[in-house]
Design a protein around this ligand. Structure first.
Ligand SMILES: *[C@@H]1O[C@H](CO)[C@@H](O)[C@H](O)[C@H]1NC(C)=O
Ligand SMILES: *[C@@H]1O[C@H](CO)[C@@H](O)[C@H](O)[C@H]1NC(C)=O
Ligand SMILES: *[C@@H]1O[C@H](CO)[C@@H](O)[C@H](O)[C@H]1NC(C)=O
Ligand SMILES: *[C@@H]1O[C@H](CO)[C@@H](O)[C@H](O)[C@H]1NC(C)=O
Ligand SMILES: *[C@@H]1O[C@H](CO)[C@@H](O)[C@H](O)[C@H]1NC(C)=O
Length: 371
């Protein structure tokens, strides 16, 4: 019944979305400061693991789902936490990424929605490298993406400031975007990618500057690959949500979690593991998975709908803005995270035991994290 409703809802907007795929943006840059709205709210929709580029039908369904949730929930901002494109499905053309980028950004162009991206491990496996993808995305007038500062690894490392209101110069929230790369962490080539130590240093530098200058900032971090602490969280703390696969984290702990904790980051959001959408608090920091959005690749779990996560940021006078979040599902319903509980099963600790058969690559990494 639910499945039927979901399909009808998607089909209802197919035709509209499809013809807007190729709409060229001749709109001048619309970039202005991000700020809390008149109600003191700022809502961010997190789409993750879209995996465009496998089949036209899957892409069409993914675009439709994005449009549906955007039009239903009216977020102020959207963020894509990696693997927007299945680079392993590359058809060897020199326009593969560009064509798929047009598709996955069409919901933002269509709905006048500001957005930003970070890269996953599959995005740069086709015809564009990390810098080229970021350069491409920054041409969209609705994009707030930015490239790494010189000296950092190439890719998507940047932050965005959300101001108190349309005219105030007081920052109230900071969104931190960190690139967790592909398959390599520091000098370990046999690991999932990570936020490297040099990025952690940059982050620590920038965030401590902001904290010295401003009181009561709400900090939120986004990255594609989960931190090793997602394992510790699951094994030792109360969590909500679903865990359907082992955590695909890097073999080395580069200290990003510790730095988040030391600098009052409220929460971190990742993607990468399509059938995990759990989250919970560890030492005051909430670590969260997004909900798998795209129709490409595997997941989510059979009894779980595709969707997105909606983050509600709310101003609290002169206090730190609050954050709560929920899952938006493909049938249009929103699902609260529910009560967090201790789980019986344990994750083995940054061992990728996935048996995903990618068309061209079969990454199999089996390394124990140095937790
Ligand atoms: C792309 O090129 C490689 C190397 O020539 C080839 O092995 C592969 O089959 C090609 N892929 C497609 C989809 O044509
Ligand atoms: C987007 O903005 C344009 C230009 O301001 C406007 O004409 C259009 O109606 C807007 N579309 C939506 C869905 O808000
Ligand atoms: C990415 O491509 C650009 C343009 O071809 C090149 O200048 C840059 O060095 C490339 N980056 C990497 C990491 O290969
Ligand atoms: C992009 O990042 C650079 C620092 O690398 C910064 O100077 C610039 O203002 C940022 N651009 C935007 C649009 O945020
Ligand atoms: C924005 O915030 C400033 C500082 O709190 C306040 O003086 C101003 O009235 C606010 N403007 C609006 C449009 O709410």
């Amino acid at each position: 019944m639910r499945k039927q409703f979901q399909l009808i809802a998607l089909l209802a907007i197919l035709s509209l979305s499809y013809c807007l795929y190729s709409k060229d943006s001749d709109i001048p840059s619309l970039k202005k400061r991000l700020h809390f709205d008149e109600k003191g709210e700022f809502k961010i929709i997190q789409f993750t693991d879209l995996h465009f580029g496998e089949t036209d039908l899957k892409d069409l369904l993914s675009v439709s789902l994005m449009n549906y949730l955007i039009q239903m929930y009216h977020p102020n901002f959207a963020t894509l936490t990696g693997d927007m494109v299945s680079g392993y499905a590359w058809d060897n053309t020199t326009t593969f990424y560009q064509r798929n980028w047009k598709k996955y950004t069409s919901p933002f162009t269509l709905n006048n929605l500001s957005y930003s991206i970070i890269l996953g491990n599959h995005d740069d496996q086709a015809n564009l490298n990390r810098t080229q993808i970021m350069d491409l995305d920054m041409t969209n007038p609705f994009s707030y993406s930015n490239k790494s500062v010189p000296g950092l690894p190439e890719g998507s490392n940047y932050y965005l400031t959300i101001y108190e209101n349309a005219t105030s110069n007081v920052p109230k929230a900071m969104l931190w975007f960190l690139d967790s790369h592909d398959h390599e962490c520091e000098d370990d080539t046999d690991s999932w990618g990570c936020i490297s130590r040099i990025q952690v240093e940059w982050f620590e530098n920038e965030i401590s500057k902001m904290n010295k200058q401003y009181d009561n900032l709400l900090h939120i971090a986004f990255y594609h690959i989960p931190l090793p602490e997602y394992v510790i969280l699951y094994n030792n703390y109360k969590v909500y949500g679903t865990k359907g696969e082992s955590v695909g984290c890097p073999s080395i702990n580069t200290g990003f979690f510790q730095t988040m904790k030391d600098n009052n980051v409220r929460a971190g959001f990742c993607g990468h593991d399509h059938i995990n959408d759990y989250g919970g608090f560890m030492e005051g920091v909430e670590l969260v998975y997004g909900r798998k959005t795209g129709f490409g690749c595997y997941g989510p779990q059979q009894d779980v709908m595709r969707g997105a996560r909606l983050l509600h940021l709310n101003l609290q006078g002169n206090l730190t803005p609050t954050l709560y979040h929920e899952v938006l599902q493909a049938d249009g319903t929103n699902k609260q995270n529910g009560e967090a509980t201790y789980r019986q099963d344990k994750d083995e600790g940054c061992i990728n035991t996935l048996n995903i058969q990618y068309p061209d690559t079969q990454p199999k990494f089996k390394r124990r994290a140095e937790l």
